[in-house]
Write a protein that binds this ligand. Structure first.
Ligand code: IVH
Length: 660
């Protein structure tokens, strides 16, 4: 192949991967491999600028525009960033800056590079009015209603210094805990899992029903102001925070004067990489002096004054010794690669999920294969690719068993699902998983009742279904091999303790398909009591903010099975007492208040009570976490501090009006 043909092929390849990444949100190569592909294209383009195709991914921002959304023009183009992977590339970037400006006395704001979706956010007179995706850089998809469901993004800015128009740029992402839960639910529901948190965030942001987006619990961090008054990037976070916007914390950002300071920050962040609540893939380095940026300029698709310094992926090479099959709570069969143990990102890995048959076929994964595994945002590592050169000559394709490995019944491939399921309602493995799920920490939180203990109790025939947990007696437990008096008492005490629980936990613990902690909470807040929960209809469910069609159908199906109703009624009879809480829908809800000065109509504690009754919190000191200061007469230093921090201030009259 001539070099030109090679170039054309690489460009076509990159375009294909762009579409898989941005439109279908189902990439088939890693970000690292993609960046490598782009680097090869750039190399050829440097040698042969005359070959450069106008649609080469190096020339324009890859588009995420999708049907179903209105398109909106950006007030300023939304660009992408150049990537660097080495100290050398980073130092070239700084040197370029020196050359352009003819000086080296400058600074950079460095901050986390979140692996999420960029969004342009617009406030008018302090009100959130619009959110648009990057799109092709010039125009993007209008995702206002979906972004409105993001809880940490205020609908109303706070403070006294609100500009008429405030246009911001930030990153929408899925917190890792939510991502893990979403994928676990998807796996249980027999659906394709998301490859990483970024794809999950993209998929969630582009759902056509905002109620479903709300269920996903997206979050956002704002990192830039467009055409603002500020002169330095390093002032942006403090300013945005004073308006009540979510920004990087102090440890997630740093003002650096040179390459070695940038590298020091990068090193510290890379070490802490797994401690952040979201997935990051590097750091972003931005020229701090905003006025000088125009002078430094832009390339076709990225600014010359900023760059990303990306971390190498955490990968390891190992061998698949066996492929086993696990049966989940809802009967889904999941293939798991049993690996030769290998060190990866500080822990020893011996298993990787293979998700389903489609995934195995796509990557042609076989027993005996030497594979690259990678720790993405997921706790469980995944197989990235197979080294075909090392494949044993006698290997053959792997197929999902036709029968459930636990109960032996025929498995079923449900139309529209990627997974196969064991449909036997009394399958031992399914039942065991359901009981383990019920007792788990984030469900009924029954201490001392983990997988091992439940396995024994099920084997002995003492526990056949969930309600049997509450029928366990001291005599029965003492018969279980290895159970001493102390462990028997511990188990009985924690079973007893678990009876007092919240309705949200109880609903979640039932392990209903598609009902995660978030949906369970929304439902619990609406019904407030178990009997109302049992009477829920699809219409009622759809009225609940944040509940979509998938969740409501699944719940209606669950409640339609008399066996489930009987089991819930049994649990209640046995003393389980889930307490509901009525949702407080008041502007004070979730907000923190500080009271200062003398109020004429109420005493301090009376006013505090009014706030708490409306779902707010009362704190004694003014700080960045304060949402409102209620200032009575002769307010002193707290008022001054609140003004300085740009915190919203209410006088007594306003407070009384809002209370009503
Ligand atoms: S600044 C031209 N800051 O990275 C300025 N971007 O590869 C670009 N990103 O599209 C945006 N964290 O989606 C900036 N702290 C951060 C970021 C960040 C993540 C994403 C953003 C952007 C992409 C560029």
């Amino acid at each position: 192949m001539s070099q030109k043909d090679e170039y054309n092929r690489l460009v076509e390849d990159a375009k294909k991967h762009d579409a898989l990444y941005y439109i279908e949100t189902k990439p088939v190569i890693t970000d690292y491999e993609y960046d490598h592909l782009i680097k090869s294209i750039e190399g050829i383009e440097r040698e042969h600028p005359e070959w450069i195709k106008s649609d080469s991914p190096t020339q324009k921002v890859s588009s995420d525009i999708q049907s179903g959304f209105k398109q909106v023009e950006h007030s300023r183009p939304m660009l992408s960033l150049m990537n660097t992977y080495s100290e050398e590339e980073l130092s070239d970037f700084v040197k370029r800056m020196e050359k352009i400006l003819g000086q080296s006395d400058f600074a950079f704001t460095t901050e986390l590079k979140i692996d999420g979706i960029a969004a342009a956010i617009r406030y008018e007179k302090g009100k959130f009015v619009q959110a648009v995706t990057r799109g092709d850089g010039k125009k993007g998809d209008d995702v206002t209603e979906n972004v409105r469901t993001i809880q940490c993004l205020p609908h109303q800015l706070k403070g006294n210094n609100i500009p008429d128009v405030l246009e911001l740029r930030g990153e929408v992402f899925l917190p890792l805990t939510v991502f893990h839960q979403l994928n676990a639910e998807k796996e249980e529901a027999g659906e394709d899992v998301y490859a990483n948190p970024r794809n999950a965030a993209a998929g969630s942001l582009k759902l056509l029903d905002p109620r479903e987006t709300k269920e996903r619990k997206l979050a956002i961090i704002i990192y830039d102001v467009v055409d603002g008054e500020l002169e330095r990037q390093s002032e942006v976070a403090g300013y945005l925070k004073s308006l009540g916007l979510p920004v990087f914390s102090k440890e997630q950002s740093c003002l650096c004067k040179n390459v070695s300071e940038i590298l020091e920050f990068a090193k510290g962040i890379e070490e802490k990489r797994r401690t952040f609540a979201f997935e990051i893939d590097g750091i972003v380095i931005k020229f701090d002096d905003i006025d000088k940026r125009e002078e430094i300029g832009y390339t076709g698709k990225s600014p010359r004054w900023a760059v990303a310094y990306k971390f190498a992926p955490e990968q390891a090479i190992t061998k698949i010794e066996e492929i086993t099959v696990q049966v989940g709570r809802t009967g889904v069969l999941t293939p798991v690669a049993e690996l030769t143990p290998v060190k990866l990102a500080g822990s020893t890995i011996s298993r990787a999920t293979l998700h389903n048959q489609d995934e195995i076929d796509r990557k042609d994964i076989r027993i005996g294969d030497t594979v690259i595994i990678e720790k993405g945002g997921d706790v469980i590592p995944k197989v990235v690719s197979v080294d075909l050169n090392k494949r044993p000559s006698n290997s053959h394709k792997w197929h999902m068993p036709k029968n459930c490995p636990s109960c032996g019944s025929h498995v079923v491939h449900i139309e529209g699902e990627v997974a196969v399921r064991c449909m036997n309602p009394s399958c031992g493995a399914k039942n065991l998983k359901r009981i383990v799920f019920f007792a788990a920490k984030d469900a009924m939180d029954i201490d001392h009742l983990g997988v091992k203990v439940i396995e024994k109790l099920v084997k002995n025939g003492y526990v056949k279904r969930i309600s049997d947990i509450y029928r366990l007696t001291e005599a029965e437990l003492s018969q279980v091999e290895g159970f001493k008096e102390k462990s028997v008492n511990n188990i009985l005490a924690s079973i007893e303790r678990s009876k007092e629980t919240t309705l949200a936990r109880f609903i979640f613990a039932l392990g209903i398909k598609h009902i995660g902690e978030i949906a369970a909470e929304e439902i619990a807040e609406t019904v407030a009591a178990v009997d109302k929960f049992l009477q829920l209809t699809e219409e009622k469910l759809l009225e609940i903010d944040g509940i979509g069609k998938i969740v409501s159908q699944s719940l209606v199906e669950f409640l339609g099975d008399p066996a489930n109703i009987t089991e819930i009624q049994e649990l209640i009879k046995l003393g389980v007492h889930p307490k509901g809480r009525v949702k407080i829908d008041h502007p004070f809800s979730g907000k923190t208040f500080v009271l200062t000065g003398t109020l004429t109509k109420y005493g301090r504690s009376e006013a505090g009570e009014l706030i708490k009754q409306r779902g707010g919190k009362v704190s004694s000191s003014v700080g960045p976490g304060t949402d409102y200061l209620i200032a009575g007469e002769e307010a002193g230093s707290k008022l001054a501090k609140a003004k300085k921090l740009g915190i919203g201030i209410l006088d007594e009259a306003e407070f009384i009006r809002l209370c009503q």
